[in-house]
Write a protein that binds this ligand. Sequence first.
Ligand code: MHF
Ligand code: KIV
Ligand code: MG
Length: 309
Amino acid sequence: MWTKVRGLGLMLIGRRFSSHKTQSRKTLVDIHKLYGNKTPILMVTSYDYITGKYAASAGVDINLIGDSLAMTCLGYEDTNQLPFEEFLYHVKAVERGDKQSFIVADLPFGTYEASPEKALETSVQLIKEGRIQAVKLEGGHPSMISNISKIIDSGIPVMGHVGLTPQRHNVLGGFKLQGTDTNRALQIYEECVLLQKAGCFAIVLECIPNRLAEYITSKLSIPTIGIGAGPHCSGQVLVMADLLGMLDDESHPPAKFVKKYASFSSEAVKAIQQYRSDLKGVFPQEDIHGYKMKRDALLEFKRQVDDRS
Ligand SMILES: Nc1nc(=O)c2c([nH]1)NC[C@@H]1CN(c3ccc(C(=O)N[C@@H](CCC(=O)O)C(=O)O)cc3)CN21
Ligand SMILES: CC(C)C(=O)C(=O)O
Ligand SMILES: [Mg+2]
């Protein structure tokens, strides 16, 4: 009892004098501040409650529920096969795990291209049911800009995405570096200008040469978030499965731009194999992991069972 009261007292003192308030969710204002201060913006992708919690605990700035989860988490061949309902299920789980980051969700292939109304409808559903803060969609050609404007005009922040846009891999000829020739570089630059004019709060630059990304970043007044776009973007994004080494998949070797900071996959397999070998007498231990029963109760139980036969 005394220790409980003392614990409560310490807790109250701790609250009163601690400089750490309960962390509230980051907003667009925080993202703009980082950009203004030239502090690199940290973005990762998350999949579910667990990975959402990892991102929140690490204090990332932007947590993206990327449609790449189709491949890394669900085993689809590409992102275009991802059903919207399956995506939404993951969006909801991430949000339950992360109450700290600014959360952005991709608009999956087929859920926003057809019209401004369709793009808005999908975005509203993600905001309402997924409880997230912003959406990201691929492409910045003029027809896509009208879809983006409709979403932004309705009060939903939009992140652009240019360069290697994986949903368009069939017209891009695969997951290939973009913008190496003058015309394609100009096209990517023009898309960025249009996206900024439409009111996007940031743009992902994926798989383009370092110098092109650097130049685009210097020309824009909104942050660029790079993946395979060199060190001169306003921020960086990596896919969680790539940075944690969650997948050892020979059929999908990591891209050149990936840096692997952990080896979850091999650690997991090792741990499960250790568990198997422990079953030969090491785990579980009677005292540490087991539960006791009063001797009398056990004897009486056995007696009653024996009486039945
Ligand atoms: N795990 C994962 N990480 C990603 O970053 C990612 C996905 N999945 N799935 C959706 C897209 C696809 N992405 C990819 C996939 C492969 C390369 C890749 O291998 N690129 C070549 C470029 C060289 C060339 O132009 O041929 C490379 O060698 O890096 C790039 C982006 C990025 N996205
Ligand atoms: C790689 C990022 C930008 C993305 O779009 C995704 O993970 O789906
Ligand atoms: Mg994506």
